[in-house]
Design a protein around this ligand. Structure first.
Ligand code: 5GP
Length: 192
């Protein structure tokens, strides 16, 4: 997606450890117009899949997730990373390792917000090792639903997550696909 690539080129900052910082439009400050365009693009890419629900994980997936869900006219549910005192109903949960925080978190969703027998579209901001996306997919499958697709705003295609998701047979779409961050230079893959 040209608009996203251009924004990454303009505002993205490469940090040590192959981390791309995009806090001026995706991870802290949010650009609503760009989020809307990303949501519409996800809705176009997965529009034929009969999506019943969008699932993401807090916090950075929520803006793009809600724009996708709005365009598809379906609900958005986000997995929480911390159990709150208000959660006293049955949950689906899975332990995932955070790429940026370097620690485990138990992501969870109330079972009533992931009914069985649905086509669920997973949306997230980044794909690195695939931990977050695979953890969300586990929740969907445990609920007795189908992962209809995985939409990622920015994938780092040189890291293992891309291949791990394809190996599991998931339909993966990334709006921006980064081939390398070597030397602090952002290079996109040739496909788009
Ligand atoms: P994975 O679970 O695929 O290893 O990593 C994806 C998750 O880690 C995303 O939800 C995102 O929060 C975070 N992440 C991974 N790589 C990056 C990165 O380069 N930049 C930012 N801002 N977040 C990242």
């Amino acid at each position: 997606m040209k608009l996203l690539e251009e924004r990454i080129k303009k505002d993205g900052i490469v940090l040590p450890g192959n981390v791309l910082k995009v806090d001026s439009f995706l991870n802290h400050q949010i650009d609503p117009e760009l989020s809307k365009a990303m949501g519409e693009e996800f809705a176009r890419l997965f529009g034929d899949a009969g999506i019943d629900r969008v699932l993401t994980v807090e916090a950075s997936g929520i803006a793009i997730g809600v724009m996708t869900a709005l365009t598809l006219h379906v609900p958005l549910v986000f997995a929480r990373k911390k159990k709150s005192a208000l959660i006293n109903e049955p949950v689906y949960t899975h332990r995932v390792f955070s790429y940026t925080k370097k620690e485990y978190a138990d992501i969870l969703v109330l079972q009533k917000f992931l009914p069985a027998g649905e086509n669920v579209l997973i949306i997230d901001d980044f794909l690195a090792n695939g931990e977050a996306a695979l953890g969300l997919a586990k929740l969907v499958e445990e609920a007795g639903s189908k992962v209809a697709g995985i939409g990622i705003a920015i994938e780092k295609a040189f890291q293992p997550g891309h291949q791990r998701l394809l190996d599991k047979g998931y339909h993966l779409e990334a709006l921006a696909s980064i081939a390398s961050l070597e030397g602090g230079t952002i290079r996109f893959t040739a496909e788009d």
